[in-house]
Design a protein around this ligand. Sequence first.
Ligand code: SAM
Ligand code: SF4
Length: 444
Amino acid sequence: MSTPTPPRTFHVKSFGCQMNVYDGERMAELLAAQGMTAADARDEADLVVLNTCHIREKATEKVYSDIGRLRRDDGTSPLIAVAGCVAQAEGEEIMARAPAVKVVVGPQAYHRLPDMVAQAAAGKRATETDMPAEAKFAALPKRRRSGPSAFLTVQEGCDKFCTYCVVPYTRGAEISRPFADLVEEAKLLAAGGAREITLLGQNVNAWEGEDDKGRAVGLDGLIRALATDPDLARIRYTTSHPNDMTEGLIAAHGEVDKLMPFLHLPVQAGNDRVLRAMNRSHTVESYLKVLERVRAARPDIALSGDFIVGFPGETQQEFEDTLRLVDAVGYAQAFSFKYSARPGTPAATMPDHVPAAVMDERLRLLQDALNRDQHAFNAASVGRTCDVLVERRGRHEGQWLGKSPWLQSVHFTGEAQIGDLVRVELVEAGPNSLAGKVLAKVAA
Ligand code: SAM
Ligand code: SF4
């Protein structure tokens, strides 16, 4: 039994990466443009969209438990749509396993969501997992409102085929959105309240296009163009591949003031044999060279990375090479994961899978080292002043939350408004955030 049709209220819940957060926002805009109203809580919504992540097994399993939890006490459930990468990879299985799901829509087809919801409301389950993304962006409504910090997807898909990763299968081949479309979307976001834009892509630094003068440009060309918008104060980008860190992009870090001093550059492992088995196409040395060049261009840059422990066949010595790499780099923050076998990827059928207990222990050791460095990076900030973009109110009376240029979370007190850039004195450091007080508002 389902909620009355057609649905009048909706709730979109996004799991996983920032690209999913962006997609979730676009789906919400699309549904609102149909006259539907966003509900804050999912039990108040006639339509619930679960925008899913397939990157690791745990992320995938969440979908099925969430579908179960959507069942109401009276036995009814909202109209459930499963979107995102699990929809792409396991659409048929979801339809078979979860009769409550009426719509399955892949990440490149969600512009069709309103039609599919209408079809489902009329009693017919709908599945759409077409791959090309070009049509999607053209069919989405124009951006209108934004918080102070906005995401903008510039590139989708991946041609790198790391042997552990599902992204090339769920998001498809690399495509770059056109320069003019991105400049327009950024302008609309800035006009709608954004002071900071984070450019997103699975391989964001593989973005390429033609600028307004018809010249071939890379991501640095796009960043330089966006930096001319006086309404925008900050630009960031994520996630990058080490092999796509071009000279131009590295130089931009030293030359474009609005480009924040932060680089998320996943390495995954600190051993060349493991990197080869992962098909990463970079070595430890070439990765470190990139970091050296970025640091030469922007000496205060904060570095971040992604790591996988327990890739099939990884020995203890090879894992210890990862710890050595971490010591050598000194990351300001990082993400680390236990290897998760993904069906259909080459690594899933490789021999010598690492036992779970060994992976647990390696992850613990790696995270101890990463936390140590993150804490040290934060502690070194105490006593400094920096600009913070005010994103929202904190939990305590008179408290604000925002980000430093180095992407540290800062909670602070003083005269401020959401969307302001304020100069803050950093007075205390914790492992995950800093405390500060406002000295002055920074002129726009
Ligand atoms: N494109 C980015 C790159 O080149 O690293 C990352 C994209 S992926 C969505 C984010 C992170 O998830 C990866 O950097 C990797 O650390 C992790 N990841 C991907 N597949 C994984 C797997 N099968 N098991 C564990 N972690 C995985
Ligand atoms: Fe996945 Fe590798 Fe592509 Fe990153 S570069 S999305 S890890 S295949």
